[in-house]
Design a protein around this ligand. Structure first.
Ligand SMILES: Cc1cc2nc3c(=O)[nH]c(=O)nc-3n(C[C@H](O)[C@H](O)[C@H](O)COP(=O)(O)O)c2cc1C
Length: 316
């Protein structure tokens, strides 16, 4: 898959996820097979104000990576683009976030209600960019306003190099299911690479979503939480090979490596607090998970986390 001249090793992509898709998680997902990752959404305005916390969200060692910007003013987004590119990233524009604190400012999915402004933002970003600019959207605002095909066409006309579509509306948030028919309708309107997103939880779901929609790639969010090996499994299936099957021990070793990385980047105190949710995801489905989860939520050291995850190997 090639996005505006950037050649990816495959078409299986880590979704932007606030509070999840940080640098350690992106590194782990790339190592295990993701062809591209997106940072969590970052405020274009905060970059302009040189907010160091925001810049840290964009740090990367795992390339290729796109930074996802949100904003509602073409000039602000345009000014953020070179700052992101200087860090080795290319830019995606968020037109899908359903959170009221974002849509209330006319940002995220609210832009689907204003395709003219959405087009101006994309055009301004493309004009400011030397690398490709991509756009991520939902199916529409609500069931009465499904306009992803129109918005995707607008994005392409204004120079977007790829579009990602999550087949839920804003009013669904994360309920119901993602509708592949909307993604297929987008396919009929654009020729740029199309990335299908929503409810992919394994190789089978990924292949059928691509087949049903005609999309060029798949993006995986929740299905990768505590299961970053999903990228290797899906990538193998896309190549027509059997998916690698990891043992419980191999999975827990990945979990421990991930938590060690979190601690390396964030220090032990903050790192272990942030690692708790990942550790709880990793032990889902293991026998005795409830008791292990309680231990995870009390853990304050890396040593303790290692001990709990090693126990999860033996519990199975
Ligand atoms: C915890 C979490 C945080 C998310 N943050 C973002 C975000 O910052 N930007 C964005 O475009 N989508 C965000 N999303 C949406 C995902 O990128 C994706 O579109 C959605 O979860 C559907 O894909 P999935 O079924 O594979 O999870 C987030 C989703 C989750 C679960």
């Amino acid at each position: 898959m090639n996005i505006g001249g950037i050649e990816l090793k495959n078409n299986v992509i880590l979704a932007p996820m606030a509070g999840v898709a940080d640098l350690p998680f992106r590194i782990v997902c790339h190592r295990l097979g993701a062809g591209l990752s997106y940072t969590e959404m970052v405020s274009a305005k905060a970059l302009e104000f040189n907010n160091q916390k925001t810049f840290r969200l964009m740090e990367t060692e795992a390339l290729p990576t796109a930074v996802q910007l949100f904003g509602h003013e073409p000039e602000t987004v345009a000014r953020a683009v070179p700052l992101a590119e200087k860090m080795g990233l290319f830019v995606d524009i968020n037109m899908g976030c359903p959170a009221p604190k974002i849509t209330g400012n006319g940002e995220g999915c609210a832009l689907m209600r204003d395709p003219v402004l959405a087009g101006e933002i994309i055009a301004a970003a493309v004009e400011a960019a030397t690398k490709p600019v991509t756009v991520k959207m939902r199916a529409g605002w609500d069931m009465e306003h499904i306009n992803a095909p129109l918005l995707a066409e607008t994005a392409q006309k204004n120079g977007a190099a790829a579009v990602t579509v999550h087949g839920r509306t804003r009013s669904q948030f994360y309920s119901g299911s993602s509708d592949p028919k909307v993604i297929k309708a987008v396919r009929e309107r654009v020729t740029v690479p199309l990335i299908a997103n929503g409810d992919v939880d394994g190789a089978e779901a990924a292949l059928s979503l691509m087949e049903e929609t005609g999309a060029d790639g798949v993006m995986i969010g929740r299905g990768s939480q505590g299961r970053p090996w999903i990228f290797g499994e899906v990538a193998a299936a896309v190549r027509g090979e059997a998916s690698p099957r990891l043992s419980r021990r191999e999975k827990m070793e990945i979990a421990i490596g991930h938590i060690e990385l979190i601690v390396r980047f964030k220090g032990e105190r903050v790192g272990i607090l942030e690692a708790r949710k990942h550790a709880a995801w990793y032990i889902r489905g293991v026998q005795g998970a409830a008791a292990l989860r309680e231990e995870i939520n009390r853990a304050v050291t890396l040593e303790k986390m290692r001990e709990i995850l090693k126990k999860a190997i033996d519990e199975d």
